[in-house]
Write a protein that binds this ligand. Sequence first.
Ligand code: NDP
Length: 299
Amino acid sequence: EASAKVIDGKLVAQQIREEIAAEVSRMKDAIGAVPGLAVILVGDRKDSATYVRNKKKACEAAGINSFEVRLQEDSAEAEVLKHIAAFNDDPAVHGILVQLPLPKHMNEENVLNAVSIEKDVDGFHPLNIGRLAMRGRDPLFVPCTPKGCIELLRRSGVQISGKRAVVIGRSNIVGMPAALLLQREDATVTIVHSRTKNPEEIVKQADIVVSAVGQSNMVRGSWLKPGAVVIDVGINAVEHVQKDASCSRGYKLVGDVCYEEASKVASAVTPVPGGVGPMTIAMLLSNTLASAKRIHNFQ
Ligand code: NDP
């Protein structure tokens, strides 16, 4: 039985992180400047706290300075804006990241608009998204998860130009920018969302499938064109049947794509975990380094 190539995001991300660490040290030696990333975390969501901790660790490993502000769940929006303004003015900070989601009483649009586009390493400022969508314009930063998907395709030797790509999901942080990026790479792009009729028929035409839905096992092997390349962005916690007593966690993480089926039909597929996830952090470091280089005019 045909078996798809496993696109090892963990390995690719590790290579990229080593390249970044080398660049950070070259920059430090040459001009004495060190890239800095500031993270603002509001509230005490466990998943957000874990993401922030991992980002901080990855910065340290790459030699990037990290700054962190933690605010209470019930903090005022003005408090967040104050910290953003301070980081915008701080020359040691080259990237500012507001961990989403924000508490319900805050206006996400106001908060993201306040980040200087020069330091918008998440790429969520509307000016950066707008430029991403426009012909002949270039965003200063591209959102990390979609950028990681493209980088995985590129480093796996997958041709994008002229191919049919289907993106499942249209969120501001993954689906929409992923579709824009694939289009910039000259793919012919279709977007599938929750109101799409017969998604399987559309997905079946794709040479490249990017799934960012958040539903385990939604994309079945029968949805895929033989030889398709599948990038599974979904991270879904599903109940785990305990095989032995040493396994204490009651859940495991899976993607949107039924991996076992997909690997029999696709030519290449990303695993979850170990696919797109590690790439997201690598792209954040890459954006932070690029920002520091731009601000210090260092090539
Ligand atoms: P959102 O919930 O914001 O968006 C989900 C999208 O999927 C929406 O556009 C929605 O459509 C669409 N959708 C929902 N149900 C269906 C369906 N049955 N058929 C087709 N489309 C559907 O999620 P995110 O984009 O933030 O995240 C998506 C997944 O990616 C999650 O599992 C998340 O955990 C993961 N993720 C992984 C990251 C990583 O680093 N690997 C980073 C960020 C997210 P509609 O617009 O119509 O509602």
